[in-house]
Design a protein around this ligand. Structure first.
Ligand SMILES: [Zn+2]
Length: 455
């Protein structure tokens, strides 16, 4: 192409920008610049008493002001969204999702059949389902690197609907299981461990997911955590087996996942002691833990009450043939090898959950959504339900474990996690009193993310 003189090039560039603007293209979804969310009772995420007759003014992507009817003026040009009779709260977080899977019962089959559709179809479908369920932020743990980054960035650019994603890319572990090399990276030695973490950091991941750290050398585990922290990335550690926890704690893992140890009745005393020592070190900040408990808790119920497996919400965005494949795979929930041990684990969950609470960790809402029979459209509210109605967690604490604390854990609390002036307008609302009846969150009426209304 012939080089244009400087001025002409500038003119051409601005003409293109104008043309795009006229055609309705923009880096962010179109939305009225000023919105007023008026009337509902606001749970702002800080844990204090809810604010009745609340008013939230949104300008563009951010919250401009928070107040009450009668004292906070509503701008004349504002689009008014009534939340009369509703609970209004920060958009939910799910700290443990798997966008690349959709509840299919056979991982081997899934990993062989669908990787070419992860980026274009499957992960976007999962993301949309989460958002429509009121999840405006989600941490995706263990996925193919390029696909994870691409889906996250397309959501951020407003090209596809979904929660703001925090992705780990591939699991870091001793050795990938056969056929899973796309999303599991093995490490051999300290230098290799550091190099792999660097590669992920340079690709732009938001955290590092460590798994099977009991099969790595302690030096390798230390190297992974140290290198991640050098790049200011939190490390999320799988914790099903005792030595995964012990090693993770020793190396300085920031957040643990699952309520582990299979059917063991409780966490051993030395582990609880280690956790207590860690949580007492205030200078290190809170130790986070995502128990992902509802799938285990609800399995037997779901096995015997299958209607919700037919709920259309989990089919959104998926092609017919994949829906049929998933349905077929879960047509006999009682026969699935994946769940055979689950009934024997359930009676141990409350005790282990309680041990974690008492040892001073900050528990987070996360679900493992995407694993067999666990759908992105249903998992998050069910985790809240189990915490509140089965495990006796105060509903305000449970909501904060899905709003305030996850934002802090991912170091983005300046921008999200509460309904506060200056933060992104990630806000949901549901008819009724969600503090009294947490199950209401299964059908949110309003979903706003970064000022854009999606529901
Ligand atoms: Zn998981």
């Amino acid at each position: 192409m012939k080089k244009l003189p400087r001025l002409s090039r500038l003119m051409v560039a601005s003409l293109i920008v104008c043309a795009l603007a006229v055609a309705g293209f923009s880096t962010h979804p179109q939305s009225a610049p000023v919105k007023a969310i008026v009337g509902g009772t606001l749970i702002d995420g800080f844990g204090g008493r809810p604010i009745p007759n609340s008013v939230i003014i949104i300008e563009g992507q951010r919250i401009k002001a928070v107040g009450q009817v009668g004292t906070l003026a509503i701008p004349k040009n504002a689009e008014i969204i009534s939340t009369e009779g509703m609970t209004v709260l920060p958009g939910l977080w799910d700290m443990h999702v798997h966008l690349m899977i959709n509840g299919h019962a056979d991982y081997d089959h899934w990993d062989k059949t669908y990787p070419s559709l992860f980026e274009s179809v499957i992960m976007p479908a999962s993301a949309k389902q989460l958002l429509m369920a009121g999840v405006t932020s989600a941490r995706d743990l263990g996925g193919p690197l390029k696909d994870s980054i691409s889906v996250r960035d397309r959501i951020n650019r407003g090209e596809i609907p979904g929660p703001t994603l925090y992705v780990s890319g591939p699991f870091i572990q001793h050795a990938p299981y056969p056929g899973t090399e796309l999303f599991r990276w093995g490490v051999t030695g300290v230098e290799d461990a550091r190099a792999k973490v660097r590669r992920l950091a340079e690709a732009g991941v938001n955290c590092i997911k460590l798994i099977d750290q009991d099969q790595m050398t302690m030096e390798e585990v230390m190297a992974v955590v140290d290198e991640a922290h050098k790049h200011r990335l939190p490390v999320v550690g799988h914790s099903h087996r005792p030595d995964e926890i012990r090693r993770g704690l020793k190396a300085g893992v920031d957040c643990f996942e699952h309520t582990g140890l299979s059917s063991a009745p409780e966490y051993p005393a030395d582990i609880i002691e280690m956790i207590r020592e860690r949580t007492a070190k205030m200078n290190l900040g809170p130790l986070f833990w995502t128990p992902t408990i509802e799938g285990l808790f609800n399995y037997e119920y779901l096995r015997d009450n299958r209607e919700e497996l037919d709920d259309p919400s989990w089919k959104v965005g998926l092609p017919e043939n994949i829906i049929a494949d998933i349905r077929e795979s879960i047509s006999h929930p009682d026969r699935l090898p994946y769940f055979q041990l689950t009934p024997s684990r359930r009676p141990t969950l409350a005790r282990k959950f309680q041990q974690l609470r008492e040892s001073g960790v900050v528990l987070l809402i996360g679900t493992d959504s995407g694993i067999p029979m666990k759908f992105h459209s249903q998992s998050t509210w069910k985790e809240l339900e189990v915490w509140v109605n089965r495990l006796g967690v105060d509903p305000m604490m449970a909501i904060r474990a899905a709003t305030y604390w996850p934002a802090l854990a991912m170091k983005v609390d300046r921008d999200v996690g509460t309904v506060t002036e200056g933060k992104y307008a990630d806000i949901i609302a549901v008819r009724g009193d969600a503090l009294r009846f947490i199950n209401l969150l299964q059908r949110v009426d309003i979903v706003i993310k970064r000022g854009q209304r999606y529901k």
